[in-house]
Design a binder for this molecule. Structure first.
Ligand code: AMP
Ligand code: ZN
Length: 494
């Protein structure tokens, strides 16, 4: 069964083919780290994660690279220092937050590459473009790409630049250039701005060159897949193609994957509309990371996803239902009817439907639909004892594990993730939902718990069971389950 995937470049759903058999080399444009990621960003990152996980589930070995844009005009401005180390310090905070948020959303980590670790390679790339006549240096030391020298320009975004008049602005920046269409490859520093010394002079890279350089460095001149949100089609990805193909004369990425923008309550997210949410905002309102992930995955990536709080409530209930089903099948009632009907055929059929739905341009809605249908039928059957435990348990769990290899919401680990966001919010003085505060108020850190366990052990050694029990009571009240075994005292959070 071929994997059918929409390719923005051909504007059609194609059979997915790779350059090297069985291997996928893919690149996704990552975040610009000057703020916390919002749920629109995470729609895209989760969509690419679904793709990554589905490719692995389908048997591919996948080399997946994502960049961290840790230098751009806003970052240089916000860092407010000519010192490169200060810029790094500023972006570290937000790139670490991005890693934590991605982890909270169970995004399977790609290989991350940071723009500021590759500045010299970018300067080299620009020097080569200049040698080929594709780039030129402006008076102030900035470099631009000469679009007129790359006739296929516009092939990804299907814009016709041939007829476009000189002087029409398509890329907005503040520097001098020969032709208003040309875009910046390298920006010369203004007084007081951080910059890097390179063979093409001091300055900092433009955003587009970063991705061309880092993707080709890690994945080669031609690779299989390039991903991002739909806003990146033009100019970012168009410019990446111009730079890369202009230099090598070879096709750059074969498949272009773009996820559609997310709306919130039917509107574009914006701070002025008050509908702008980071992942952390939603967690602090009392929603679980697993529910947020589920909601983001529930609409196929090329369809409009309208994020609503109603939808988030439903997603919470859906995740709960799936987890309960998994727990039921893992630990089912033992009594079954002697003439019971097997659920194994339903499991097999569901797995097929699930894989086919995802194989059809990642139709996540249909894939989830197939799982819920199985859950509904199997729940009723198991509760009525109308199934065959011996033959059915394994295939049912197998379907759920297959589902979770892509959707990743079954593991009940929200509490720890929420706790760490609440701890961050307390330090940052953010607003926290009262019920969350209450739930985490008497929470002990791991070190606190270990210390109390040590006290319990000491008390038990001196046969002071009264003290040991008192400490145990305290721990139980704080949500810690304590188990006394022959090997010692074990504990875990409820
Ligand atoms: P940025 O940090 O702005 O460079 O964006 C990181 C990623 O998030 C890019 O792939 C964007 O296309 C994507 N993105 C930004 N806003 C949205 C949105 N509202 N919906 C979906 N994806 C988005
Ligand atoms: Zn990019």
């Amino acid at each position: 069964m071929p994997f059918r995937l929409y390719n923005t470049l051909s504007n059609t759903v194609e059979d997915f083919r790779t350059i090297d058999s069985g291997k996928v080399r893919m690149y996704a444009c990552g975040p610009t780290v000057y703020d916390y990621g919002h749920i629109g960003n995470f729609r895209t990152f989760v969509a690419v994660d679904i793709l990554f996980r589905f490719l692995k589930l389908s048997g591919y070995s996948v080399h997946y690279v994502m960049n961290i844009t840790d230098v751009d005009d806003k970052i240089i401005h916000n860092a407010g220092s000519p010192d490169i180390a200060a810029v790094r310090h500023y972006t570290d905070k937000f790139s670490n937050a991005f890693f934590e948020d991605s982890k909270a959303l169970n995004i399977d980590p790609p290989q991350f590459v940071r723009a500021t670790d590759h500045i010299q390679e970018m300067a080299e790339f620009i020097a080569e473009l200049e040698a080929k006549g594709l780039a030129y240096r402006a008076e102030d030391g900035s470099y631009y790409f000469r679009i007129a020298k790359f006739p296929p320009y516009g092939k990804l975004s299907k814009r016709d630049f041939a007829g476009m008049e000189d002087g029409a602005r398509v890329d907005v920046d503040e520097y001098d250039k020969d032709n208003a269409r040309d875009f910046a490859l390298w920006k010369a520093p203004k007084p007081g701005e951080a910059s890097w010394e390179t063979k093409i002079g001091p300055g900092r890279p433009g955003w587009h060159i970063e991705c061309s350089v880092m993707s080709m460095e890690e994945l080669g001149e031609s690779f299989d897949l390039h991903a991002g949100g739909e806003d990146l089609i033009f100019p970012h990805h168009e410019n990446e193609i111009a730079q890369s193909e202009g230099l090598t004369g070879k096709p750059f990425a074969h498949f272009w994957f773009h996820s559609r923008f997310l709306l919130v309550e039917g509107e574009k997210m914006s701070k002025s509309l008050g509908n702008f949410y980071t992942l952390r905002d939603l967690v602090l309102k009392g929603y679980k990371p697993s529910a947020i992930r589920f909601l983001l995955t529930s609409v196929p990536y090329r369809n409009q996803l309208n994020f609503t709080f109603d939808g988030l409530q439903q997603a919470t209930a859906s995740v709960e239902r799936l987890r309960n089903f998994y727990a039921l099948v893992s630990n089912p009632p033992k009594s079954t009817k002697p003439d019971a009907t097997s659920l194994a055929p339903l499991a097999a059929e569901t797995k097929d439907r699930f894989m086919q739905a995802l194989g059809n341009d990642l139709n996540t809605a249909e894939a989830i639909g197939a799982i819920f249908e199985m859950v509904r039928v199997a729940n009723a059957a198991i509760n009525a004892g109308n199934w065959k435990l011996d033959t059915d348990q394994k295939p049912l769990l197998d379907v759920m594990n297959t589902f979770d290899a892509v959707f990743a919401v079954l593991k009940d680990d929200d509490a720890a993730k929420i706790n760490s966001i609440v701890a961050w919010a307390k330090i940052e003085g953010r607003e926290i939902a009262p019920e969350l505060l209450a739930a985490t108020a008497n929470q002990l850190s791991d070190a606190d718990v270990e210390a109390k366990i040590a006290m319990m052990e000491a008390a038990r050694k001196s046969r002071d069971f009264k003290s040991s029990d008192a400490i145990r009571g305290e721990l139980t009240a704080a949500g810690i389950l304590v188990e006394i075994t022959k090997e010692g005292i074990r504990w875990r959070r409820k």
